[in-house]
Design a protein. Sequence first.
Length: 319
Amino acid sequence: MTNYKGDYPNLKYNAAMVNYNVSMGIVKDIMELKNPIAQDDFGYRLHTPLTRIKKIIRGHITSHGKPLVQVDIKNSQLLFSLWLLNSDNWKVSSKNHREIRSIFDNTSYNIGYIKNNNTINTITFIKSLEKRYGKGLSEHPYCKDVCNGVLYEKVIDALDQIFYFKDSWSAKKKRKKVKKILLRMLFADPDDDRHQHTVYNDANAPIWQCFAQLYPEIAELFTIIKMYDYKNLCMLLQRIEATAMLSKVCLALQKQLPEAPIFTIHDCLVTTVDHVDAVKEIMQKAISDFIGFKASVSEERWSDFCLKLPQRLQPKIAA
């Protein structure tokens, strides 16, 4: 019997075979029209064969022979965080706010804490900010930068002032780095030794520091929400996303565009090429009505996901 312990090539082979077998199982479910669907209790996300399948395989999936297009919400996690900036959305006691109670279920949502020797809570804090920035903090720089899609660029500009990046880094590489680390910091546990080593380390610290300098009230609110359980912020954002996509967008599409095939992949919608423009319009309207801010979307054809072989592996065709 072969001992694979420490045998790196065989470990890689085994991992590849596991991925292959899992993917083929999902493909079989789709081909046989089996749709094992589950909704998790944490963020209420809907899990289907399409959410689990590898991206390069999605490129080969069609609906009744028609190519599929994925409609993505730009900066979705940051956009959904804007819902938390409206004090009305924290009123879980109202009889007409079943969805709000569902979003905050099992979370320490209205957290009391000490600030300047005074006891304050989350809702009071948001209301105090609304006096300065308007209802839902509509005039806050954070909201404006998220809606305009320039928040990461603002953080990058601040980091450039302290020469954080290497001179050789492109704008695309800088953005990818900032987005990845900033989102990890929002969802990680600052008191966990593992996260201290991998996320909250000296190399990454300037990214959060620049974010907090640009948007101090927002950084404070996120810290407060994570005060008793660091998972609270991640949980809330996923539940806001699920409510927006499943209860608002899909319901609107069912009423206004019942003939369109619609598939969800968390914060994305998938439809056929002939319905994509109408889907985008209805999707933006439903999310904007729910969040209170306009959502920007992008589209990508699933055929673009198909695995493209490197030039050296392309088959040679005789002239």
